[in-house]
Unconditional design. Sequence first.
Length: 261
Amino acid sequence: MNALVTGVSAAGGLALGGELEILVERLGARQPFDRPWWRCPSCGHARSGWGLVPAARALVWRSGCPSCGGSTPYAWRPAVMAVVSALVLGGFAARIGADVALAPFAVLGLSLVAISAIDLERQIIPIRLVYPTLAALGLLFVVASAVDHRWEALAWAAVAGAVAFASFLAVHLAVPRGMGFGDVRLAGVIGLATGWLGYGRAFVGFLAAFVLGALIGIVAIVVTGAGRKTRIPFGPFLAAGAVVTVLWGGPLAHALFHRSV
């Protein structure tokens, strides 16, 4: 059963991951979700045929828009998001198994892929994606708690979300240029989700985010010669930390705290 759930989840991630491009395009540019859904960002020409398949855009539109000839920015991104989404959802399913709690984590995984893509391109974390994700997670975790009577896990999730939000808010107020408020909101959402698994695992996720962020920041400074004040989007590292929590949070938390958490 777990193998089947993992395969279906990975296939779903592959199918839905490329479709996240419309969220990345519209939310990143603060554009409305009007029709046509798939169109050239330069002239508005509606895509047709294989151009409607986001993951195929890198091949179909590699020579530019057939109407205006303009290049399609990040034509490869839908394919990358499709692969990453398949790996994330497949990994979550392999770890969580055929459990009702897989649903909120699947929503989290897809949302984090889209948020990371937007933050990497625009250095923003849109509230139009964060708040719906928070609402969906809250509802799905309540359902999971009701089905399996895991109210204690729901309480831990709420506490972890609140603590994460308050902690990141304190950093934001102390160093506004170093921590955007979008990161504060996202930390609350991730704290809610990872807290469902246990407070120790939630801590591991945020620790992993800061460690990964520091390592990549050092590499960026060495390779590009950028100054220490150069802003690096932190959303993707928070997302990576959340994935680490779901996949390996248990063993890592046990190694840190020397007991099951």
